[in-house]
Design a protein around this ligand. Sequence first.
Ligand code: FAD
Ligand code: MG
Length: 570
Amino acid sequence: MAASSFFNRVSKALNSSPSSYKLVLLCTLTLSGGGVVAYSESQSEPHRKKKVVVLGTGWAATSFLKDLDVSIYDVQVVSPRNYFAFTPLLPSVTCGTVEARSIVEPVRNIIKKRKGEIKFWEAECVKIDAANKKVSCRSNIDNLVGSGEFSLDYDLLVVAVGAQVNTFNTPGVKENCHFLKDVEDAQKIRLSVIDCFEKAVLPSQSEEDQRSNLHFVVVGGGPTGVEFAAELHDYVQEDLIQLYPTVKDLVKITLIQSGDHILNMFDERISSFAEKKFTRDGIEVQTGCRVVNVNDKEITMKVKSTGEVCSVPHGLIVWSTGISTIPVIRDFMEEIGQTKRHVLATDEWLRVKGCEAVYAVGDCSTIVQRKIMDDVLAIFETADKDNSGTLTVEEFQDVMDDILLRYPQVEHYLKKQHIYDFTMLWKDSQGNERKEIDIEGFKLALSQADSQMKTLPATAQVAAQQGTYLARCFNSMDHCEQHPEGPRRFTGSGHHRFLPFRYKHFGQFAPLGGEQAAAELPGDWVSIGHSTQWLWYSVYASKQVSWRTRYLVVSDWARRFVFGRDSSRV
Ligand code: FAD
Ligand code: MG
């Protein structure tokens, strides 16, 4: 088979999802006359709309709500935050480059735009009772008259509660470090940075005190830690040293990373550019160090290679070392028997494993991909229609689209091996092409594919795509019951209802300060420098959830260019 025709088949199979969803949605709307009321089989009484409860108002939940057909469902949203926050701009909020209110959109603005009624409750879910299809919630509003506790029944539950900062149980971190997870965190950091400068210039301060107060420590060399260090450096150099000239030589920023390089999830060129730039800028990068203790005055770390332990005084620490599961999800995992896992597991359809009618999207969950080697026998049996014990190329071709849809690792593997024609898998150990393949040959051909299974990163991009995917599945749920469109079930009969979730990577940015940024773009492209920073501005402006926040963010950037950042402690 020609290379192009094989990849046409692959891309056809993969691209079939959006158009078929559109078709399904169109059919649903046409059949119901664009209608709102759904009728039961008897056609006499309107049947009850299914109750959908959504937990969270972050990236995953809002993209779900934006695309959900609210005329089909009775939707209730529960979150302790009555707004959506554009988290990629949180580091800019810590230094006043962008104001906090510019990156948030009230949830009620978002739901107002949907034609059906979505109910929103500002409360925290404290328990998911999957056995009784119920969630218990509690309001976080202080001085509430009456009870703030209530419970909601659901038919379908969408869990999108995000994650919390991982402290790795390091003593003193919770009490003495700032986190950068939420808008409140960013606002607190902004005030604390100014506090450090105001403290340092008090007449009572010795030089040693001043140096301690102006030592800013960032723990974690991932994108958030690096971006915050870069923002802080710009803030100090462009604004604060003019305002606090007496202490300008005493400011120090240290970035501590336990791995050997910062930004190690990026291309090597980006991480080495970032390290060199930081060294030039005077940001001290300490790699291979693990923080072992923190108190209000000092941070103690251990150099991994030598075992040497040292303590340094600090004025402010920002802890940004990754995420862990929040308590309500941990309790839920225990309830449904996912005790051995660190993160809530779903299948490729985003259904929580071991639990009916519960879906999980975003940072709170991870997709556990199915191994093709677990199903290899069943696939072979399905493909071998004539029960000859061998497969011809035609027989294999027949199940190939399903394999590519069901096991994305096969596509990654073929691409990695530069295999554009899958009959190349047919070659025996001498490199000769075979006409037919038996089960052992079939196993051998696919045996390496599972090594290409990937866990998706905890990013807004993944969360938003999962939310959109799930909304489309919900919108076409009834249709797909009767006309399944997913791949063949090799271990059972029939087809899966929907196509499984597929993540599409659109690239990743790392702003490095001084109007420079690095980006990894689709197709393994790497771009670094001032032009990439302008690309960053345009992408982040375009990705805003509303015209209001887009206007506010762009005008904040313009204000900063003209007047600098505001250092008032308000
Ligand atoms: P979140 O967006 O965190 O939303 C969780 C929601 O659940 C919130 O509304 C919260 O209030 C609510 N909630 C919490 N507990 C409960 C409860 N018990 N009951 C009900 N609701 C609850 N990703 C990128 O792709 N690009 C970036 O540049 C980028 N930059 C980032 C910078 C920073 C500083 C941070 C912190 C993250 C960044 N991310 C970025 C990651 C991105 O923000 C997350 O991956 C994304 O927010 C995950 O979306 P989510 O919907 O799962 O969770
Ligand atoms: Mg056969």
